[in-house]
Design a protein around this ligand. Structure first.
Ligand code: NAD
Length: 263
């Protein structure tokens, strides 16, 4: 086995990011688990044993200086970044007519600006590093967008706008960075069983006068494959996009949602 490739997973302390960290580590990547919640990132790093390192690092993706520090530390320790999973995200739910600046700003700050900052700062590193032996690409970027990056959903106008922004960013960056040896793709999850979903179920139950169980049943009813999505379902597709079998793909968003939205 050659030297381990280096991956950064933002939002790696919970849910989908945790599953991506586990999966890429299993694939042989040395993984940096970046999260604004350092204890969570540390816990996930502790779950990953073996010869290839998994390291936690505090990072707030909304702050350029914080992302700069993250990438400097990774490059100082490991010399390069082969894969970025730009996954950190937040959500809230509010009827459109009641949507305030706070909800708009917080969702756009993490989901859109956070994706922009991490993708740009990591891409600046990727374009100046040599391809690995036997490879042509210098790096791969994979954003976690959403089914809401394809269609708006009630109560989620601000979240949906922030995720449409990620799709636009992926398309544009893919076209600019292709000639520089960096691919940029996205995964669009559906109804994934994570702490974000637990919060959304509680909000939606209140806002739609339903029980939490009825909300979950509605998510499953909307999913032709008839179950909630697991974080590992998303991580498996991220693994494909991080590996050599997707080398000729860029600017693509892959729907991973059990058929809940077919683009
Ligand atoms: N759960 C779903 O149904 C679902 C569906 C589609 C897309 N997504 C997207 O998947 C991604 C992961 O969501 P999840 O469901 O695992 O949520 P989660 O809340 O379980 O995990 C999100 C992680 O991101 C971290 N984070 C939040 N803001 C941050 C910041 N500013 N800087 C660094 N880290 C930050 C949190 O601390 C947390 O560890 C998000 O981008 C989300 O929008 C989730």
């Amino acid at each position: 086995m050659g030297e381990a490739q280096i991956a950064i997973v933002t939002g790696g302390g919970s849910g989908i990011g945790r599953a991506i960290a586990h999966r890429l580590h299993r694939d042989g990547f040395a993984v940096w688990i970046a999260d604004r919640d350092l204890p969570s990132a540390t816990k996930v790093a502790g779950e990953l044993g073996g010869p290839v390192p998994a390291r936690p690092v505090a990072c707030d993706v909304t702050e350029r200086s914080s992302v700069d520090r993250l990438v400097r530390e990774v490059v100082h320790e490991d010399g390069r970044v082969d894969v970025l999973a730009a996954n950190a995200g937040v959500s809230s739910m509010r009827p459109f007519l009641e949507l305030g600046d706070d909800d708009w700003d917080s969702n756009l700050a993490v989901n859109a600006k956070g994706a922009f900052l991490t993708m740009q700062i990591v891409a600046r590193q990727m374009v100046q590093q040599a391809p690995r032996l036997g490879r042509t690409l210098r790096g791969k970027i994979i954003a976690t967008a959403s089914m809401a990056a394809r269609q708006g959903a009630p109560l989620l106008a601000h979240y949906s706008a922030s995720k449409f922004a990620v799709t636009g960013l992926v398309h544009a960056a893919a076209k600019e960075l292709a000639a520089l040896g960096v691919t940029v793709n996205a995964v669009n999850p559906g109804f994934v069983r994570t702490s974000m979903q637990e919060r959304e179920v509680a909000w939606e139950a209140t806002l739609r006068s339903m029980t939490p169980e009825e909300v979950v049943a509605d998510y499953i009813r909307q999913t032709p494959m008839a179950r909630l999505e697991e974080p590992e379902d998303v991580a498996a597709v991220v693994s494909f996009l991080a590996g050599p079998d997707s080398d000729f793909m860029t600017g693509e968003s892959i729907e991973v949602n059990g058929g809940a939205f077919i683009f």
